[in-house]
Design a protein around this ligand. Sequence first.
Ligand SMILES: NC(=O)c1ccc[n+]([C@@H]2O[C@H](COP(=O)([O-])OP(=O)(O)OC[C@H]3O[C@@H](n4cnc5c(N)ncnc54)[C@H](OP(=O)(O)O)[C@@H]3O)[C@@H](O)[C@H]2O)c1
Length: 250
Amino acid sequence: MNLSLENKVALVTGASRGIGQAIAMALAQAGADVVIASRKMADLEKVEVEIRNMGRKCLPVATHVGKTEEIKNLVDNLMEEFGRIDILVNNAATNPSMASAIDVDERAWDSIMNLNLKGLFFLSQATARIMKEKGGGRIINVASIAGITPDILPVYSISKAAVIMATKVMAQQWAIFNIRVNAIAPGLTKTKFSEALWKNQDILNIAMSRTPLGRPAEPEEMVGAVIYLASDASSYVTGQIIAIDGGMTI
Ligand SMILES: NC(=O)c1ccc[n+]([C@@H]2O[C@H](COP(=O)([O-])OP(=O)(O)OC[C@H]3O[C@@H](n4cnc5c(N)ncnc54)[C@H](OP(=O)(O)O)[C@@H]3O)[C@@H](O)[C@H]2O)c1
């Protein structure tokens, strides 16, 4: 079994904090050089320092992944610096609205779908075109258990269900190019994104009553599956969704 990512180039979106930061650091620890993207450069630069301290190359690129022209700029920068990409982790996502399905508005729908689904798809397409030319690659999407069973965030759940189908479609169509595409589906994880949930004792109690392991995850608990899916250890695995949820979806 080979978990090494020596001499690989990886791109992680939403890498300035939370799950994306943990994934970027773990990819570097496994030997990869890492391109990190999110909107705020100042936050990316802190992660860049940590990755460079591990002896790996790191390129931060300020990018709104919901905007097609910024995706192009990201890929252009990556190609100028490294000339190829082996691993893409589509991690950036948003949920600006807690409104129920009867109330949610079009603006929230567009901002969720533009980043969580459209940005994920077209960044995957742009990198897959490069991977195809270079002989292959791996794409790992960060979905959510909210895409498997609906939760209190309706449009977010719909977007993550679509991420799961996008994973299967890309895996089926790009296997011929030696590109494997898989996803992880985290359960409740202690990040800024979800703090309104895990810092609210009532919501936390309800969530944990449905979670056999009885606690929310730490961001670092997401990385083992990502390293597995990014490495040759998973060479016959594609189109799969790995739930990392303390057993919640049982
Ligand atoms: N935390 C959970 O409980 C949980 C559960 C299931 C799934 N997930 C999924 O895990 C992934 C990471 O979430 P997280 O909890 O780690 O969130 P987080 O701590 O809030 O981090 C989100 C990251 O995405 C970046 N980002 C936000 N909007 C962006 C945009 N438009 N373009 C580019 N980057 C953007 C943020 O940086 P900037 O703000 O600087 O752009 C940040 O780096 C998401 O796909 C989320 O849906 C999380």
